[in-house]
Ligand binder design. Structure first.
Ligand code: ARG
Length: 460
C-alpha cells in the first residue's frame, strides 16, 4: 500500500478496502495527462513565486524524466500505489527528494483528476474525429463512384422506390457529419480548465489559473470551484455522442448484413473482413458487422451507467465519480475500434451492381411514378392511387412488372395510358428525374457531393 495520506489515522487500511478504493489499475491510462497537468501546475507555481523558479525547474525535470521512462517502458507503474497521482508524486519525491513534496501545493486530487480526465477525453475526441474523417472520406468515395448504381429504397423493409447506392450511402454521410459536429461542440464546451479549484473551494495561494489554463490549451479557467471538481457533464455528453455514432454504425451494419446475405447478394464482403464456420465449410460470415452492431449495447450501457452514478451525488466531489473512468475508457476504445473496422469493411466490400439493379426493377418500385403519370395526364392523385393499386394486383396475377405489361393491358385498367408510360416509369426516369436537393437524381447528388467535398476539405 502506498498512499498520500495517513497522518490522522491510527490503523492501517484494511486490504480489501484498499483494493476496492484503489484506481491505479485503470487511471494509469492517463499517466501522460497527469504528468503534463503537473508540469503546467509546477510551471505556474514557479512563475508566481509560490515556489522558487529553481524548485519549479527541478520538479519539471523530474516529471519529464518519469514521463519519458514510463513511455519507453523503463519505468513500470507499480500496482502498490493507490492511483496514478500517488505513483507520480511518490516517484518524483524518490527522484528529487523534498522539493518533490512541493508539487501538490495549492492542488487537490479532486481538481487534479478532474483535469486529467478532461485532458484525456479531449485528446480522445480528437482521435475519434480523425477516424470519423477517414470514414466520411470512404463514404464520399463510394458516393462519387455510385451516382448511377441503382438499388431499391425500402420502407418497412419492403421495396418502396428506386434510389442509388450513392443516395443510400449519402444518408449515412449526413449522420456522420452530424456526429462529427457534435464532437466539435462538446470539445468547445468542455475546454475549460478545472485546475486551481482545489478540493472544492479554491485555495489561498495566489494561483494564476489563466496561466495553467493557457499552458494546457484550454480556452480559460472554469468559473466555479465546486462545479469544477464535480462536473462530469462532458462525459455524459461524450458518451451520448458516442452512443449516437454507435446507432449509426449499428444500423449501417445491419444493412450490410442483409445486403451480404444469400437472399440479397447486393454486396460481397472481402475475405479479410469475413470469418468462417468451424463446422459448415460453405460459410462466410459477416462477423465484423455483427460485432459493430453488438458493441453498441456496451456503449449505451456506459451512458446509462454514468447518468445513474451522477444523479444523486451532492456537491462537490464524491468518490462515486471515480466510476466515470473504466466505462468511459471502454466506450472510447470500443467506438474507435468500431469506426476503424467498419471503415475497412466497407472500403473493401464489392458491390453486385447487377443484382441491385435487378432488385430495383421488380417489386413495383415504380408504382408511385405510374400514379404520377396519370396525375400529369389529368387524373386526381387519389383516383390515380386506386387505379395503380388495381394495376399492381393485375400485374401480380400475371407475374409481371408494370412495365412488362402491354399497352392494351394497361389501357384495360385506364384509358389514360399511352406509349410514353414506359419511358415515364423506367428505372432511369424514376431516379434521374428526382432532382430536388436531397433526392437521388444525379444533378441533386452531384450538388450534395460537391458540398461534402468542400466540407471534407475544410476539416482536413
Ligand atoms: N481516483 C480518484 C477519482 O478517480 C481521484 C480523486 C481522489 N480524491 C479523493 N478525495 N479521494 O475520482
Amino acid at each position: 500500500m502506498a498512499q498520500l495520506w495517513g497522518g490522522r489515522f491510527t490503523k492501517e487500511t484494511d486490504q480489501l478496502v484498499y483494493n476496492f478504493n484503489a484506481s491505479i489499475s485503470f487511471d494509469q491510462k492517463f499517466f501522460r495527462q497527469d504528468i503534463n497537468g503537473s508540469i503546467a501546475h509546477a510551471t505556474m507555481l514557479g512563475k508566481t513565486g509560490i515556489i522558487t523558479e529553481e524548485e519549479s525547474k527541478q520538479i519539471i525535470e523530474g516529471l519529464n524524466s518519469i514521463l519519458k521512462e514510463v513511455e519507453s517502458g523503463e519505468l513500470e507503474i507499480g500496482m502498490q500505489y493507490e492511483d496514478i497521482h500517488s505513483f507520480v508524486e511518490a516517484t518524483l519525491i524518490d527522484r528529487i527528494g523534498d522539493t518533490g513534496k512541493k508539487l501538490h501545493t495549492g492542488r487537490s486530487r479532486n481538481d487534479q483528476v478532474a483535469l486529467d480526465m478532461r485532458l484525456y477525453t479531449r485528446d480522445e475526441i480528437d482521435n475519434i474525429k480523425e477516424l470519423l474523417i477517414h470514414l466520411m472520406q470512404t463514404l464520399h468515395n463510394l458516393m462519387k463512384e455510385n451516382i448511377h448504381t441503382y438499388m431499391p429504397g425500402f420502407t418497412h423493409l419492403q421495396k418502396a422506390q428506386p434510389v442509388t447506392f450513392a443516395h443510400h450511402t449519402g444518408a449515412y454521410m449526413e449522420m456522420f457529419k452530424r456526429d462529427y459536429s457534435r464532437l466539435c461542440d462538446i470539445y468547445e464546451r468542455m475546454n475549460y480548465c478545472p485546475l486551481g479549484a482545489g478540493a472544492l473551494a479554491g485555495t489561498t495561494y495566489p494561483l494564476d489559473r489563466d496561466m495553467t489554463a493557457s499552458l494546457l490549451g484550454f480556452n480559460g479557467p472554469t468559473l466555479n470551484s465546486m462545479d469544477s471538481v464535480s462536473d462530469r457533464d462532458y462525459i455524459i455528453e461524450l458518451l451520448s455522442a458516442l452512443s449516437t455514432i454507435c446507432v449509426h454504425l449499428s444500423r449501417f451494419s445491419e444493412e450490410i448484413i442483409i445486403w451480404n446475405s444469400n437472399e440479397y447478394q447486393f454486396i460481397e464482403l472481402d475475405d479479410a473482413y469475413s470469418t468462417g464456420s468451424s463446422i459448415m465449410p460453405q460459410k462466410k460470415n459477416p462477423d465484423i458487422a455483427e460485432l459493430v452492431r453488438g458493441k453498441a449495447g456496451r456503449v449505451y450501457g456506459a451512458l446509462i451507467s454514468i447518468l445513474t452514478t451522477m444523479k444523486g451525488i451532492p456537491l462537490a466531489y464524491n468518490k462515486d465519480m471515480q466510476e466515470d473512468k473504466e466505462l468511459t475508457f471502454d466506450a472510447i476504445d470500443t467506438v474507435k475500434g468500431c469506426i476503424a473496422l467498419f471503415d475497412g469493411m466497407i472500403s473493401t466490400m464489392k458491390l453486385n451492381k447487377e443484382n441491385m439493379q435487378r432488385s430495383a426493377m421488380n417489386g413495383f418500385t415504380n408504382a408511385t411514378d405510374a400514379a404520377d403519370y396519370l396525375v400529369k395526364n389529368g387524373v386526381p392523385f387519389r383516383d390515380a392511387h386506386g387505379i395503380i393499386g388495381r394495376l399492381v394486383l393485375y400485374a401480380i396475377e400475371q407475374n409481371k412488372a408494370i412495365d412488362e405489361l402491354s399497352l392494351d393491358e394497361l389501357k384495360s385498367i385506364s384509358p389514360v395510358f399511352e406509349e410514353d408510360i414506359y419511358d415515364a416509369i423506367s428505372l432511369e426516369t424514376c431516379v434521374n428525374k428526382r432532382n430536388t436537393i436531397g433526392a437521388p437524381g444525379p444533378e441533386a447528388m452531384s450538388e450534395v457531393i460537391k458540398a461534402n467535398e468542400e466540407f471534407l476539405n475544410s476539416i482536413q
